[in-house]
Ligand binder design. Structure first.
Ligand SMILES: [Ca+2]
Ligand SMILES: [Ca+2]
Length: 77
């Protein structure tokens, strides 16, 4: 029952490419795999990976995911 409630409460967020509820290095790896064409993203994964919201997944999205991991104190350039 707790799992069902957790599932309903789960909201996808930018950067969580593998949809496990955390933004970490695994999401960076997944985003890179999408860029390399090794992984075909679902609609939700595409949305999560496109952090810059420009309609494509590229290195800038990876940089932004890394910035999410490192925390808000790191300036985005
Ligand atoms: Ca994740
Ligand atoms: Ca993008």
């Amino acid at each position: 029952m707790d799992n069902i409630i957790a599932w309903f409460r789960y909201e996808p967020h930018k950067g969580d490419v593998n949809e496990d509820g955390n933004v970490d290095i695994l999401d960076v790896v997944e985003a890179v795999n999408i860029i390399l064409g090794l992984v075909e993203p679902t609609t939700a994964q595409f949305w999560a990976a496109d952090v810059t919201q420009d309609g494509s997944i590229d290195i800038l999205d990876v940089v932004n995911i890394v910035n999410v991991i490192l925390g808000p104190t790191v300036p985005i350039r």
